[in-house]
Design a protein around this ligand. Structure first.
Ligand code: PEP
Ligand code: MN
Length: 389
């Protein structure tokens, strides 16, 4: 395991006493559905999305980003406070509760003044304790529901810490939103779901409502259904989905947004299992099996990435006419893995066998790639079946 992903198992904290939806006094039930555009772009766009969502009939909360945290400057940064009256129109015309993202005390104050019903803290704000504390301080004495998205980096303690800061100022209606994690390796999704994080959060705080945001995990509307279904199968508390009247022309996140009609069809296609509002959500055995399945999937993905890289190294060596056979490199890899194995309590025999199997597959991949190319003149007749990397 990479040191950066290591999270200690003991996450329980006396500072967090989450309350389930049933006690929020808002008529929310599991699974709670939240939908709306990534960004509020215009009054017409906001109202068209809200009307479509209201028509769907099962979604009590409308979301829209007013202040958009963009990775690079120059992108659309949201309509800001000018969009607050649009949310008020949504409340008045559709009866939906409205929700937006806050990142500063100024955002909080504007939302409270405008009567926004719920707030969320975005994935780029959660990891910054100064920002979360600033938001918490601006909310002292106001018991508005706040949903906290996971930090973009896989760190459970930061996620819990943000919830604790909010509880410390007296907020009682708190929930978490799992939106996946930025990850340096190729994954099938925009943000790697790493399901073990919401599972562990839920295991540490069984009463905490943990929702899923399939839109930001998937990054692609074709993959929303699979992510949403997995979230429901894991017993998560609800879904937040991005819905836009004209997704392809959205000013932010166009590929992952769906029309209100497609949203309704997506929700209809999901299998909702029996909700158990108070009992710990799942049998422990099933929870652990889900964790194992997720880890197996990640192992397979990492092996795929490793083989791709080994193949690239093979190409590079061929191009520069460097011999593939470099036994000292393999000795270094094996030595490091064996030290790590000892540290993690894995047997030497197991790790040796595993690494040998991985090595054999790397060689097979490099050899297969080599057979596809005509060796340049003067190159060795054989690149050898020895060292792959
Ligand atoms: C969003 O919900 O539009 C958003 C910006 O999400 P995140 O903070 O999860 O990236
Ligand atoms: Mn978005």
């Amino acid at each position: 395991m990479e040191p950066s992903t290591f999270v200690p198992m003991t996450t329980a904290s006396r500072n967090l006493h989450p309350r389930p939806f049933a006690s929020w006094g808002m008529g929310f039930d599991r699974p709670l559905l939240i939908a709306g555009p990534c960004s509020a772009e215009s009054e017409a766009q906001v109202l068209a999305a809200a009307r479509g969502i209201a028509e769907q009939g099962r979604t009590p909360v409308f979301r829209a980003g007013l202040w958009k945290p963009r990775t690079r400057p120059g992108s659309f940064e949201g309509a800001g406070a000018a969009a607050l009256p649009w949310l008020q129109r949504v409340q008045a015309e559709t009866g939906l509760r409205v929700m937006t993202e806050v990142a500063t005390a100024e955002h909080v104050e504007a939302c409270l003044k405008a009567g926004v019903d719920l707030l969320w803290i975005g994935a780029r704000t959660t990891p910054n304790p100064f920002s979360v504390q600033e938001i918490a301080d601006a909310l002292r004495g106001v018991d508005i529901p706040v949903l906290v998205k996971n930090p973009i980096n896989p760190d459970l303690q930061l996620w819990i810490g943000a919830l604790e800061r909010l509880e410390n100022v007296g907020l009682t209606r708190l929930a978490a939103v799992h939106r996946g994690f930025s990850w340096f390796e190729r994954t099938p999704y925009r943000n790697s779901p790493m399901w073990e994080f919401p599972i562990r959060l839920k295991a540490a705080f069984p009463e905490l409502e943990v929702l899923c945001d399939p839109s930001h995990i998937a990054g692609d509307r074709a993959k929303l259904g699979a992510v949403a279904q997995q979230a429901l199968d894991l017993g998560l508390s609800g879904l937040m989905l991005e819905v836009h009247p004209d997704p392809d022309r959205a000013c932010s996140d166009p590929y992952q947004q769906v029309t209100p009609e497609a949203y309704a069809a997506l929700i209809d296609s999901l299998i909702f299992r029996q909700a158990l509002p108070t009992a710990p959500m799942r049998d422990r055995l099933e929870e652990l099996r889900d964790l194992i399945d997720q880890l197996d999937e990640e192992i397979a993905q990492k092996l795929g990435t490793r083989m791709d890289i080994a193949e690239r190294i093979g190409d590079h060596k061929r191009e520069h006419q460097v011999a593939i056979l470099q036994p000292e490199r393999w000795e270094r890899i094996m030595g490091r893995q064996l030290r790590l194995a000892q540290h993690l309590g894995l047997s030497e025999a197991f790790v040796k066998e595993l690494m040998d199997a991985i090595h054999r597959e790397s060689i097979r991949r490099q050899t297969a790639a080599q057979e596809e190319v005509v060796p340049p003149s003067g190159s060795p007749a054989s690149w050898g079946n020895g060292m792959a990397e």
